[in-house]
Design a protein around this ligand. Structure first.
Ligand code: ADE
Ligand code: ZN
Length: 324
């Protein structure tokens, strides 16, 4: 039987199939010609990827569009034998389309509930700020989440361009999120080096790092990640697609694992990178040479690091353990 899976790093707008984006674009009379060609997203580097991502996001104009997007993503995850998913939501992207915070959250939660009632998959939401929009915008996002608690919103994160601003400037936002009881993660060590990861640990108190793969460049940091049990949300397909590494043979997933750093497998923005969670698990076997026992350990790492209540975590861990 195929392995059970879990995913803790996927941006919901980045999970939108080009088909769905084109359908909504037609409905709202928007032109996607500069980001979708022959049914595939087109972009050339990290900057143009982020621009294409923002453009694709602009077709989600109502809460029901977000509900459908979320339902589609979780239904597809369940088809891939995934038992748990965490999505990154962005109130900044939704606000640009005129969708308020509660409308967005309730819509994503409804999408998760609908998929759960059909498939049993569990899901939670990590609300994110966008690094290149700056610390003031991040603070507003954190305040919005803290002032509007929702049982499905269990984490706070930061995506966007990590080459912008000093991490320490985001400490006030993370402090508010932490006081609100949210799990904390941040993208780092993807387009910047180990110092970017170290700053997130020093200033933001995160327990997980989005990507973090470039930590491998600093042995002291690797030791710290291992000693402090900081979990890396690794997205190999994304890293190769965005050119962080030239090929899977250059990717440090195996080195990170062998150094004792807890790693997980994730799809990030699957159709943008022509990937799926299934493919990431398959790559772990075919290109990285991991056996099923080790891949199951990666899934266990994800469940142990998940921003989820303890009874649900125990249920999921038990599901993983009893699956053969
Ligand atoms: N937002 C969506 N995907 C991202 C990535 N890979 N890195 C940073 N921000 C993102
Ligand atoms: Zn990401």
């Amino acid at each position: 039987m195929s392995l059970l899976k879990a995913e803790i790093h996927c941006h919901i707008e980045g999970a939108a199939d080009p088909d769905l984006v084109l359908r909504l674009a037609q409905k709202y009379d928007l032109d996607m010609g500069n980001i979708i060609k022959d049914g595939k997203y087109i972009w050339s580097d990290f900057t143009t990827f982020l621009q294409a991502y923002d453009r694709a996001s602009s077709v989600f104009k109502t809460p029901d569009d977000y509900r459908l997007l979320t339902y589609n993503y979780f239904s597809k995850l369940a088809e891939q034998n995934c038992i748990y998913g965490e999505i990154f939501g962005s109130s900044d992207h939704a606000a640009q389309m005129g969708i308020g915070y509660n409308g967005l959250i309730n819509a994503m939660a409804a999408g998760i509930e609908d998929a759960k009632s059909e498939t049993g998959i569990e899901g939670r939401i990590i609300m994110t700020c966008v690094r290149h929009l700056g610390p003031d915008a991040a603070l507003s996002v954190a305040e919005l989440i803290a002032d509007n608690p929702h049982p499905m919103v269990t984490g706070f994160g930061m995506g966007g361009d990590e080459r912008m601003y000093d991490v320490s400037e985001f400490a006030p936002a993370y402090s508010i999120a932490s006081d609100a009881g949210l799990g904390l993660t941040a993208h780092a060590g993807e387009f910047a080096g180990p110092e970017s990861v170290r700053d997130c640990l020093d200033y933001l108190n995160v327990t997980r790092i989005g990507h973090g793969v470039r930590s491998i460049e600093d042995a002291n940091l690797i030791k710290r990640l291992r000693d402090e049990n900081i979990v890396l949300e690794v997205c190999p397909g994304s890293n190769i697609s965005l050119g962080v590494y030239d090929g899977f043979d250059k990717h440090p997933l195996r080195k990170l694992h062998e150094a004792g750093v807890p790693v997980t497998l994730n799809s990030d923005d699957p159709p943008f990178f022509h990937t799926t969670l299934d493919r990431e698990y398959e790559l772990a076997k075919t290109d990285f040479g991991f056996d099923d026992t080790t891949i199951n350990l990666f899934t266990r790492n994800a469940l142990e690091a998940a921003f989820v209540d303890e009874p649900t975590r125990l249920k999921l861990l038990n599901q993983l353990e009893t699956h053969s």
